[in-house]
Write a protein that binds this ligand. Structure first.
Ligand code: ATP
Length: 314
């Protein structure tokens, strides 16, 4: 649906996007993740025909963004980082205005606006001025303007920025619902955002793609060990450390924290190995009492940090 080939974008001497290639399939919800200044907004602006590439090409549904920008704009709904709203306009007035701009035939405008008001749950605010709305509702109006012409592709630049936790959940649900029918690119620097909404994750850092895959695939890219945090009742016992230390799947045992009547141990194990059941049986056999057992897997956050922070040091 979207083909990006060797895209480079420079602002003067500053390289914002550095020779990236990416193919996004129909129906995918792709999370475009990267730290501030990584090049996310710039890439999205090129896809949405807001600015030309310096080098390389981008096409949407077979149309080149440079040569056929009108066709591309018909296929795309774009919610930029700063929501393009006129605060002095009424919500309903604004939606009619956008519907006309989007060339929706006059006989269908009313039905399109009604549908979008329902989809974006704007029924309670249609008579208000945009300037009076909360940030969450403004964002819903922004989404409504992006999809009023029912485009197959949605490009959302940091769609939950500045929203409170309840508003974030509502907007995420809406995006997921939209993602059932559309190809969606969602940029964010917030991991939980991408984790909750997207099927596939592309990580960009300093203008280059440093990872691309399903969430689980990215987690398995990172070498390293997982851990089990185990809290046992009683005082620190050398016997516990020696016992777990003698097991072949446990590489290291450390005492993490000594409480008044319990001790937390950290067991290092191979990635992908689930030892919880064995640990349970071993402790029962030794008559130790488990108060807590928490497996700590390699998270998407570990992947992100490794690729965008530790990668910078190398
Ligand atoms: P953020 O999450 O902070 O919005 P981003 O990943 O979207 O970051 P971009 O906004 O695409 O990153 O910026 C990429 C690089 O290009 C940054 O170094 C930024 O300073 C630079 N840049 C962006 N826009 C311009 C501009 N109009 N003129 C000059 N440099 C720019």
């Amino acid at each position: 649906m979207i083909e990006i080939k060797n895209l480079t974008k420079k602002y003067g001497e500053q390289v914002a996007v550095d020779n990236i290639s990416l193919s996004i399939n129909r129906g995918e919800i792709l999370g475009f993740l990267g730290p501030n200044g990584a090049g996310k907004t710039t890439t999205l602006r090129v896809i949405a025909c807001y600015m030309p590439a310096t080098l390389g090409s981008v096409s949407v549904a077979g149309y080149d963004v440079y040569q056929s920008s009108l066709q591309v704009k018909e296929k795309i709904g774009y919610l930029p980082e700063t929501n393009p709203l006129y605060s002095e306009m009424g919500v309903i007035e604004y939606l009619y205005f956008i519907a006309k701009l989007r060339n929706i035939p006059s006989g269908k405008i009313k039905a399109s606006v009604r549908k979008i008001v329902e989809l974006c749950a704007l029924g309670g605010v249609i008579r208000k001025n945009i300037g009076e709305l909360s940030r969450g509702f403004k964002q819903r109006v922004g989404l409504a303007q992006a999809i009023i012409h029912n485009p197959p592709v949605l490009i959302l630049d940091e769609p939950t920025l500045g929203l409170d936790p309840n508003q974030i959940v509502e907007i995420r649900d809406l995006i997921k619902r939209l993602g059932k029918e559309k190809t969606v690119i969602l940029s964010s620097h917030i991991l939980s955002e991408v984790q909750a909404t997207c099927d596939r994750v592309v990580i960009i850092n300093k203008g280059k793609i440093v990872a691309d895959g399903k969430k689980e695939e990215l987690q398995s890219m990172i070498k390293g060990r997982e851990k089990i945090y185990l809290r046992l009742k009683g005082k620190e016992s050398r016997a516990v450390v020696d016992f777990f230390g003698s097991k072949k799947d446990i590489f290291n045992v450390a005492i993490k924290e000594e409480g008044i009547d319990s001790v937390e141990y950290e067991l290092e194990i191979d990635k992908g190995v689930d030892l919880r059941e064995e640990v349970f049986h071993w402790t029962v056999k030794n008559k130790w009492v488990i108060l807590e057992m928490i497996p700590k897997k390699i998270s998407l956050e570990d992947v992100f940090r490794r690729l965008t922070i530790e990668g910078d040091k190398e």
